[in-house]
Structures are given as structure tokens and as C-alpha cells.
Ligand binder design. Structure first.
Ligand code: ADP
Ligand code: MG
Length: 326
């Protein structure tokens, strides 16, 4: 006699599988917000390399980043013990005490970037820490290790490879494949990092190309860095700018940078803005500067601007934007 029980079991089993599917879909959608395009993955990886005190960072890109993104640095590396949890969400080594939570806000340490990448691509990490005889290599998928870390030969630092980005987001992959590829955006990104972090050497190369498209060497002079990355025509037409205020009742900030003079004529504005050493965009500030240029230098109305602003961390909330960009 049929009691109805098996049916109930079947329904609950069905429910269990849909829940599982939904969880991975939810994770993938969330990850797709953090990593919107190949260039967003490169930005996160390079920021991690900078946070690891690297002095040399090289980026290799294949098929606009959809086939391969490889970021290699000579930073402090990742400890063997940390590898199993490296790509879990909200895992960060950048906070050691509760008070550091404020710096989460200011620097955007959310421990989300690497985890996100594993939900939308295949991530392999090779790393060696100081004083070790060999390194380790391990691959991740959906936030977890695919295998135990394997001992391997390694040079100082960390190399992170992402393959087949958005392999499981067909629509996103198609859109990206049809638009101009992200390589130009990645070169632009590395150029920006290179003129701010002048004590670090950067390189960016397309897979198969003999020469790098960005190749900067560490230099004590910002102007030298700008010349080597953006060319002589930019560098010879710049004016140094500086401003600061230290009145806690109104504002506390420091700003320094370079802006182009009346001889600099370009088709579009280049604005490289760092706030508290993080590369960001600020459309309002960019527009305001353009308005001033149009009014005073109509022939040179599209300026080149490099600006670095330091603010008290409590005035900055990097995490309002999913990619920490604005
Ligand atoms: P967050 O940068 O917000 O801490 P991520 O997901 O970007 O989070 O990185 C997670 C952790 O992985 C970092 O806190 C850091 O400990 C480690 N890590 C990632 N990339 C590197 C690297 N290139 N060198 C050393 N450690 C790294
Ligand atoms: Mg990070």
C-alpha cells in the first residue's frame, strides 16, 4: 500500500539539490560583482602583490584575460598553513587585532577577491616564503583547494594564475568576447600603478609578445616614472602641485601631484587618482578639474592629472563599491 512517504522523501531530496545549486549560483553571482571583468581581477591581484611588499610585479595576459591572467611578484609569500583557507570568503591576513577593523574600511581588506576568483575561474597559486627551500603549488575551485598543496621549485614571492575566467558565466563571456578586449584596460591600469608606486617595477605583457607594453623600473623620481610610462610629451609639460590642510575643525588632508600645462594637448583627459595609496576614480573631481581647464586653457582643455591624496582613514569608505573602485 502506498503511504505517501517515499514521495515526501523525494521532494525533500529534490529540495536539497536545488538548495545546493542555488548556493553555488548565489556565490557565482556575488563573485561576478566583485570581479566584473578581467581588468578587475588584475587590479585585485596587483594590490595583493603590493600589500605583500613586492618590489617587482609582472603581469602576463592571454586573450584579454579570459584565457589566462598571471601575476608574479617577489613579495613575502603565503605561509603553508594559510593555503587551505586562502580562498575562503572573508579570509584576510591583513588584520591581526580587533582595532584593525577600521583599516578594513579604509584599505578595503575584505578577503573577498581571491575567493571570488575561484567561483568564476580556475585559480592556481605558487608561493614560497622567506627561508624555505621549496615552494608550494595548489589549485582552487569554488573557494576550496582542489588538492593538497604540492611541493615545487619556486622563486621568491607568489605567482597567481587565473585560467578560463567566467567559464561558467556564458553570457558574460560572450559580451566580453564581443567587445574590445580588456588588454588595453589592463595596460592602462598597470601604467597608473607604475607612476604611483615608483619604488616598484612593473611589467605587463601579452602572451606570445616579445616585448612588454608597460615596463617600469624603480626610480626615486616621479617625473622619471611618468616619462617612462606616458612618454616625454607628457612629462615635459607638467607642473607640480601640492596642497594640505591640517585644521581638524574643517579638513585634514594632504595632496600632491602633477598637472599638465597649456602646451599639453590631448584628445581626452587622463586622471590618475590615488586616495590613501589606493587607485580610485572620482568622477566629480575629474569633472570639476575639466571645467577649470576649459575655462582657463580652452586649447588645452583635456588635461593629464596625477594626484595623490591622503585623508584620515575614517573619512574614506572604500567598501561602498563592490570593486572598491569609486
Ligand atoms: P584581502 O586582500 O582583502 O586580504 P584577498 O582575497 O585579496 O583579500 O587575499 C586574501 C589573502 O591572501 C590576503 O590577505 C593575503 O594574506 C593573501 N595573499 C593574496 N595574494 C598574495 C600575494 N601576492 N602575496 C602574499 N599574500 C597574498
Ligand atoms: Mg586583496
Amino acid at each position: 500500500m502506498w503511504t505517501g512517504d517515499p514521495c515526501i522523501i523525494a521532494v525533500s531530496e529534490f529540495k536539497a539539490t536545488t538548495d545546493a545549486v542555488e548556493e553555488s549560483v548565489v556565490n557565482r553571482i556575488a563573485a561576478g560583482e566583485v570581479i566584473q571583468r578581467p581588468v578587475s581581477a588584475v587590479k585585485e591581484l596587483v594590490e595583493n602583490s603590493l600589500d605583500a611588499s613586492s618590489t617587482s610585479i609582472s603581469v602576463l595576459v592571454k586573450d584579454g584575460g579570459l584565457k589566462l591572467i598571471q601575476v608574479s611578484d617577489d613579495g613575502h609569500g603565503i605561509r603553508y598553513e594559510d593555503l587551505p583557507i586562502l580562498c575562503e570568503r572573508h579570509t584576510t591576513s591583513k588584520l591581526s587585532k580587533y582595532e584593525d577593523l577600521q583599516s578594513i574600511k579604509s584599505m578595503g581588506f575584505r578577503g573577498e577577491a581571491l575567493a571570488s576568483m575561484t567561483y568564476v575561474g580556475h585559480v592556481t597559486v605558487t608561493t614560497i616564503t622567506r627561508g624555505q627551500l621549496h615552494g608550494y603549488r595548489v589549485s582552487y575551485r569554488d573557494g576550496v583547494m582542489e588538492n593538497e598543496p604540492k611541493a615545487c621549485a619556486a622563486v621568491k614571492g607568489t605567482q597567481i594564475v587565473i585560467e578560463n575566467l567566467f567559464y561558467n558565466m556564458i553570457a558574460r563571456r560572450k559580451t566580453l568576447q564581443n567587445s574590445a578586449d580588456d588588454y588595453t584596460k589592463i595596460v592602462d591600469l598597470l601604467s597608473r600603478f607604475a607612476i604611483h608606486h615608483i619604488d616598484v617595477s612593473f611589467s605587463c605583457r601579452k602572451h606570445g609578445a616579445a616585448r612588454a607594453d608597460v615596463h617600469s623600473v624603480a626610480t626615486p623620481s616621479r617625473l622619471n616614472a611618468i616619462r617612462s610610462v606616458y612618454g616625454l610629451l607628457v612629462a615635459q609639460n607638467l607642473i607640480k602641485i601640492e596642497a594640505s590642510d591640517n585644521d581638524p575643525s574643517s579638513s585634514v588632508f594632504e595632496m600632491d601631484g602633477f598637472i599638465s600645462n597649456s602646451n599639453y594637448v590631448a584628445k581626452k583627459t587622463t586622471m590618475v587618482l590615488f586616495i590613501n595609496d589606493r587607485l580610485v576614480e572620482c568622477t566629480a573631481l575629474k569633472r570639476a578639474l575639466e571645467v577649470v581647464y576649459v575655462a582657463t586653457l580652452p586649447k588645452a582643455s583635456k588635461p593629464f592629472i596625477y594626484m595623490s591624496i591622503t585623508l584620515p582613514p575614517e573619512h574614506v569608505d572604500v567598501n561602498v563599491h563592490p570593486t572598491k573602485r569609486e
